[in-house]
Ligand binder design. Sequence first.
Ligand code: PFF
Length: 479
Amino acid sequence: MEQENIPVQGAEAPAGQEAAVPAGQGAAKQKHGFSSKLGFVLAAAGSAVGLGNLWRFPYLAAKYGGGIFLLCYVLLAVTFGFSLLVLEIAIGRKTGKGIIGAFAALNKKFKWMGFVCLVVPVIIVPYYCVIGGWVVKYMWAFLVGDSALLGAAADSSAYFSSFIANAWQPILFFLIFAGVTVAVVVFGVQKGIERVSKILMPLLAAVSVFLAIYACCQPGAAEGLKKLFIPNFSDFTYETLLAALGQLFYSMSLAMGIMITYGSYMKKEANIQSSARQISVCDTLFAIFAAMIIIPSIFSATGGGAAAEDAMAQSGPSLMFVVLPQVFDGMAGGRIIGTVFFLLVFFAALTSSISLVEAVVAVLRENCGMKRGPACLIVLGIMLALGILSSLGFGVLDMVQLGGKSILDMFDYAANSVLMPLVAIGTCVLAGFFTDTESLLDEIGMRRKGYRMYFKVMIRYIAPLCMAAILISGIVNPL
Ligand code: PFF
């Protein structure tokens, strides 16, 4: 078993300087990172809080029994999720490198894993921006009061289908979303990512608290709140656990190289454990607030009972783009609420897509010696090619299907169900067996013997087993 020495990160580069890092150069004096722990936490939380929290968590919670799903999710977040999060941040900070350099620094023989990991954000960011574009379109439709979506004569289901099948409209909104994402990344870690996160995250918190309070005050909302918060243990199945596990993984932006990249920008003196705790709390709270907006609103609009359960069983894009517009439309002040809600989703998705782009840009700068501007242009080029393809998959290219999956769904499946669990298993095995695990634990700042033991058991055995279960179910289910 070969143990490689992990290079120690050098001094921070002075603020304001962000030169390209020549290929093959060591970690020392690598980059100009986040200015403070708060900047790091807000940017990492911004990455974690995204479409996963606002669109995926509420429908999964509704589908898998509400309270019992929430309980499983929270228990897994403080054990499995937290461990993987601190591990990725520690790998980034210890090595001071982006995805490829970090894996190679842990053990040269595992450099190839960096390339596999790099594929994840490369695949995800184009289609994530396509969905981001849909969000922009809906924000616009609510703002101008589009009568095809809102009002008595509107049919939200037909509206959504005809919008995504349109040849140019989704591409236009995709371009807007992708353009804003890349524009932020061009400004760099402090002036772009950190600054935007510092503005958007508090705004996001204020808007989601406001919307949650509003939704919970609607008549009939209490039944929805009960469903969300009171666990019914008879609803528990193995699938509840698996769904909670998969969601956690998705929601915390694990196994896509983001936390490694952001970790490499983190100051040496910042505490990894307390940062990870704040990121996880923030991510979980946003998921709960999103569920508190969506589930009570649906219970209120449908009158509760079986009708509410049916509406919520409509999983996937239809919940956010078909059911919710109807729900908001029926509320007092619904047009404003809808606009604000989609603005919230827009901000959340933006901070996540920024982190996906940065993970790839960091590799181009570090391994190809590129400057930030050209690196951003290359990533934009990839996003345009794959994003336009994903977007056309619902209209012009709708005959391109695999196992009933559209192009966008295929990318999503390849990344989330196959590559991400594989990368996560690889990361744990590498960190647990094939590198100097003790020095990683020192980087995390774990001092107590019992805690170090627990962490090692978690990353060596428990986490890889959990992820193998996600991988197997992801592959077996579609068959
Ligand atoms: N964690 C973010 C979210 O929950 O939306 C970012 C993200 C996760 C993007 C997983 C894409 C993805 F497949």
